[in-house]
Design a binder for this molecule. Structure first.
Ligand code: SAH
Length: 215
């Protein structure tokens, strides 16, 4: 399935909607306008692809709501060629948004199937990113330290291993909390052992779980 005039029109409307909801980072809006979200979903759901809602994908997971992707990406404050580690590849949509922005993306997924599918999808769209099948709680130390770390699953607490893989001045964005809702939290590394926290509204994510799943 390819992009279409219809999908392009719907994306433009989605971007207008996100602007009204308070998203003002032009680079993020440009990326959302450019990346064909419907390619990350089952082709049967084209009508749902540009509605500002999360949507089920396989393995019982979800593709995040566009608004949520826009908030998380804006909070990262990345620029071209920054290195970002994403935990929770899922459909690969968020990784594609970052790649579209010129970011060097490293992304980890604990479900083997999703890891394979997302890699295929991004490649077919011509985006490059480094994909890993593994447990995001461990991060990817060998490619760090990172300018940004983005966790796209609900974490009960900020994983210390990931904080240690941030550059000084780097930002980690994480929905923090138990299953009912989470507080979007930015942790900025201000020094070797110093971190600053800020909160940015409540969201609902699928949980960040330990270990890998071979399906
Ligand atoms: N960023 C995704 C949203 C994915 S939903 C997108 O754009 O579509 C969250 C994903 O995090 C799920 O696919 C889930 O399997 C994954 N996940 C949860 N815990 C994880 C962990 N410890 N390591 C890696 N991935 C994890």
């Amino acid at each position: 399935m390819t992009d279409s005039f219809e999908a392009k029109g719907k994306r433009k409307k989605l971007v207008d909607e996100l602007r009204k909801k308070g998203i003002s980072d032009e680079e993020v809006l440009r990326a959302i306008n450019a990346v064909p979200r419907h390619i990350f979903m089952d082709p049967a759901f084209l009508n749902h692809a540009y509605v500002d809602k999360a949507f089920p994908i396989t393995s019982g997971q979800t593709i995040s709501q566009p608004y949520t992707v826009a908030v998380q990406t804006s909070l990262l404050r990345v620029k071209k060629r920054d290195k970002v580690l994403e935990v929770g590849t899922g459909s690969g949509y968020q990784a594609a948004i970052l790649a579209e922005m010129g970011v060097k993306v490293y992304t980890i997924e604990r479900f083997r199937d999703l890891y394979i599918k997302a890699q295929r999808t991004l490649t077919s769209l011509g985006y490059s990113a480094d994909f890993f099948y593994g447990d995001g709680y461990e991060g990817k130390e060998q490619y760090g330290p990172y300018d940004g770390i983005l966790i796209t699953a609900a974490a009960p607490e900020v994983p210390d291993t990931l904080l240690q893989q941030l550059k000084t001045g780097g930002r980690l964005v994480v929905p923090l909390g138990k299953s009912d809702f989470q507080v979007m939290t930015v942790v900025t590394r201000t020094g070797q052992d110093s971190f600053e926290y800020s909160s940015h509204g409540t969201f609902v994510f699928v949980p960040m779980l330990k270990g890998i799943v071979n399906e």
